[in-house]
Write a protein that binds this ligand. Structure first.
Ligand SMILES: [Zn+2]
Length: 348
């Protein structure tokens, strides 16, 4: 689509940015499709406005009545948009493959305060990304002081690795990352981020940060069209840090092995139970995927079999084997089976 589309949107001729973005919309749409900004085909983010004029965010789904596919036409409408209606947000995680084609950061403007501070923060994060050989592309997100930064990958990356890398490069600063969590369940959507372009409330268009400052609308579009994705194989394997919440102390003692997913893992391994993987859930719980089922060793065989697990959470532990014959077994049965002292205490 190299021929510039004639657009039908009414617009103020003096609004240079809108005209520039509308003229470039087809090219921008193609470029972003090539960068695979849609991590999932069946949903995206958007905005709507109620009768009182309030703006709301929404997740549009392929099951909606007015759904249009996540394709180049939909992206083109995003870049043509004179208001909030056609703006597109993209979800950070594909729930089936558990992968992401991009990672992003969001630095809020805090009512237009400390704009210089926001830029300094963004540039420090960009440096940290550059140390890992990634280009963080910075955009003004709201025409005030808010900044979005995007890293594009040339192939899908496990989302938990993207999440781990972003947490590492933003350091201790309170900066939102996309993905916001290492993984999501198969029926979850997770979070989305508005693509560069118009702000949903204000007639402000994204400007990209160049070598020496914020670029003009024309230069911003040229720069977007030249974005190349980075080598996905360079995303490091950071251990995802799971927030550890202390368990309440009952009767003056605590079960040390249940304090964290890691201590639980070593306890299980010390009892001869193989733990194949730790998989964080979005609610803060962690699934410990076991090897052979302690009750029926024909369950859980093979690396990809994830049917046998202990679920750790700050509130307690749960055993779960998805096979019919094990349906009745709970954590207490597993603990009795593994822990002689516990068994005899319970028998007394
Ligand atoms: Zn079983």
């Amino acid at each position: 689509m190299t021929i510039k589309q004639v657009h039908n949107y009414p617009h103020d001729a003096s609004n240079v940015a809108l005209r520039v973005w509308q003229n470039a919309a087809p090219d921008l749409a193609e470029r972003l499709m090539e960068l695979c900004v849609f991590n999932r085909p069946d949903s995206r983010g958007g905005y709507w406005r109620d009768d009182t004029g309030e703006y709301h965010v929404t997740t549009r789904k392929s099951t909606d009545r007015n759904w249009t596919p996540n394709d180049v036409a939909t992206l083109s409408r995003h870049f043509m948009a004179p208001d909030h209606q056609d703006l597109v947000g993209v979800h950070a995680i594909n729930p089936i493959s558990g992968t992401s084609r991009w990672g992003a950061i969001d630095i809020d403007d805090h009512e237009g305060q400390d704009i210089g501070g926001n830029l300094r923060k963004a540039l420090m994060i960009r440096e940290a990304a550059a140390d890992l050989k990634f280009r963080l592309h910075l955009f003004q997100s709201d025409g005030r002081g808010g900044i979005h930064g995007w890293i594009y990958f040339d192939s899908p990356v496990p989302s938990e690795r993207v999440y781990g890398m972003l947490k590492k490069i933003v350091g201790n600063d309170f900066v939102e990352t996309f993905p916001k969590q290492p993984s999501i369940g198969p029926s979850e959507f997770g979070n989305w981020l508005r693509l560069p372009g118009r702000h949903y409330k204000r007639a402000a268009w994204a400007r990209m940060f160049g070598e020496c400052g914020w670029l003009s609308p024309d230069a911003t579009i040229d720069a977007i069209l030249q974005i190349e994705p980075d080598d996905a194989r360079r995303v490091p394997q950071y251990k995802v840090e799971i927030p550890i919440i202390s368990r309440p102390v009952y009767q003056g003692h605590r079960s040390h092995f249940a304090e964290s997913p890691e201590t639980l893992r070593s306890w299980l391994e010390s009892k001869g139970v193989e733990v194949k993987a730790l998989k964080p859930c979005s609610n803060g719980a962690v699934r410990l995927i076991l090897g052979l089922c302690p009750f029926n060793p024909d369950h859980g065989d093979g690396r990809s079999d994830t049917s046998v697990m202990v679920v750790w959470s700050a509130l307690g532990l749960r055993f779960c084997c998805l096979h019919n014959r094990c349906r009745a077994y709970r954590w207490v049965h597993l603990r009795e089976k593994l822990d002689d002292a516990y068994r005899s205490r319970r028998r007394c």
